[in-house]
Design a protein around this ligand. Structure first.
Ligand code: BG6
Length: 487
């Protein structure tokens, strides 16, 4: 039996370019899809978390493209890491972080996505940051697409539903491999690939009012991402032998609400359609049989070529990763009470407490998830995101007391240790978002995840100065003792 975390376990933190960098139009960066998500002043928290607010429309997109300043677009300022990356890396090093998971902004490298040549200033920015990590002894886990894509690809190509975007993505990935192959330790083609289903604009850059059969477009676009993923795995294996490439989903662990067989069946279906389908394609290399019934009920008929199937089969990923924030229950009872979740509405579990945003905190679900993933694929597993969004208070003396975050992290670290002792080959954990950043779902800075506080409000006002929270010191001790001292 394993005891505790293995030597060399990769403790780290995660961010995404669109949420942390800012500098949306600097050094030649093009406008991207996240730059176009607005947060008008005066909305209540309920409104910010409503689907009406989160969903992109053609009208909203046109207004965003016309807006030439930061306006009410929080992803245009983020946490201003573009200007403060050295300070941030110093803080990560002080914490003893072993690995930083960050994403590259596609529009910083290819401003329109289909440009003849990459933007040299964008390439230089990431080289500085990546070399800065290496100089501080921090390994790199790089996401190639974390939601944002150049907006030109939406306007001129219709986003991921267009097969041509596969070639553009592969060329972008190749550019990254050529430029940073010597620096990056782990590559991830897509953040939460299942987002295509639960947030189609973020995941596959689709706008509902432009589609005739929305489900068809979503799943065809997802198929293109699966093919792109396989081609990028193939390319990495050829260009960067020995460098692992992973896949990732937002893992929504479900429990049957009761022991009624129909609830159990619902649970199986929810697990298949929201979780397993995606990792099955990318880890096993083929479309699972259960998905045909799902497609038929939605009138979805995919265009999959023989070559696509061969690519998927020949190039599965080397490891499986996921984001984990909450769990939910599955039931056939339509009146079952609801609560919040990442860009989704979840069914309530009476045994769990929720965060301020209604997300159900469940460390045991993480242990279950880790066991399930390892049992199914027998490949190394990585927790790519996990953390607590909460309102924090910056005290006069610059301290931030966040015992609730420490509790949350402690529970999840213990669950990972238990899973390792269950025999799971878990090799790393990148806490989300290691530094406060703009929330992806509700676009609030004040939904804070960091162990580092950023002095800014939802409208982008503030000094953007960084402060160490109590959880910063807790995480530093956790890392220093390899997960042994969690007090
Ligand atoms: C994940 C995303 O779904 O959850 C992140 O990969 C996101 O981009 C994180 O920020 C937390 O969600 P939210 O909506 O609270 O920011």
């Amino acid at each position: 039996m394993n005891h505790g975390f293995p030597e060399g376990f990769l403790w780290g933190g995660a961010t995404a370019a669109s949420q942390v960098e800012g500098a949306w139009n600097r050094d030649g960066k093009g406008l991207d899809t996240q730059d176009c998500r607005s947060m008008p002043a005066g909305l209540t928290r309920e409104q910010k978390n409503s689907w009406e607010f989160k969903e992109m429309t053609s009208e909203k997109l046109a207004a965003a493209i016309a807006c030439k300043d930061e306006g009410t677009y929080p992803f245009r300022w983020g946490s201003r890491e573009f200007d403060r990356w050295e300070e941030d890396l110093d803080l990560f090093a002080e914490m003893g972080m072993k690995i930083y998971r960050l994403s590259v902004s596609w529009a910083r490298i290819f401003p329109n996505g289909d440009d003849a040549e990459p933007n040299q200033a964008g390439l230089a920015y990431y080289r500085r940051v990546f070399e800065g990590c290496k100089a501080r002894g921090i390994k790199l886990f790089v996401t190639i697409q974390h939601y944002a894509i150049p907006v030109h690809l939406v306007e001129a190509y219709g986003g991921w539903k267009n097969r041509k975007v596969i070639d553009l993505f592969v060329r972008y990935a190749k550019t990254l491999f050529e430029n940073y192959g010597d620096l990056v330790d782990y590559w991830l083609p897509f953040n939460e690939i299942n987002a295509g289903r639960f947030h189609p604009f973020n995941g596959v850059s689709l706008i509902r009012d432009r589609e005739e059969n929305f489900d068809q477009s979503v799943h065809q676009a997802l198929h293109h991402q699966f093919v792109a993923n396989a081609r990028v795995v193939a390319l990495a294996h050829e260009m960067l032998p020995g460098v692992p490439v992973g896949c990732m989903i937002a893992r929504f662990c479900h429990y049957p609400a009761t022991c009624r067989p129909e609830d159990q069946l619902q649970c199986l279906h929810d697990e298949q359609y929201t979780n397993w389908y995606y990792t099955d394609v990318m880890m096993r290399g083929y479309y699972p049989a259960y998905i045909d019934r799902y497609f038929e009920t939605m009138n979805v008929h995919l265009d999959i070529t023989d070559e696509d199937r061969e690519l998927l089969a020949a190039h599965p990923c080397d490891f499986v990763s996921f984001s984990y924030y909450f769990t939910q229950v599955s039931t056939i009872d339509e009146g079952w009470e609801k609560t919040g979740g990442n860009l989704v509405v979840a069914s309530k579990n009476p045994y769990l407490e929720t965060s301020e945003w209604g997300w159900q905190k469940d460390p045991t679900g993480l242990r279950i998830t880790l066991n399930q993933l390892y049992d199914r694929y027998h490949k190394p597993v990585f927790v790519a995101e996990n953390g607590l969004g909460a309102t924090d208070v910056l005290e006069q003396d610059g301290s931030v007391h966040d015992p609730y975050r420490i509790d949350y992290l402690r529970g999840h670290v213990q669950a990972m240790r238990d899973a390792i002792e269950d025999g799971v080959d878990l090799f790393g954990y990148t806490m989300w978002g290691i530094i406060d950043l703009v929330s992806c779902g509700s676009e609030e800075m004040t939904k804070r995840y960091g162990v580092i506080y950023v002095d800014a409000d939802d409208a982008g006002r503030g000094s953007f100065d960084r402060y160490r929270k109590d959880s910063f010191y807790w995480y530093r001790k956790c890392i220093a003792t390899n997960g042994e001292d969690l007090d």
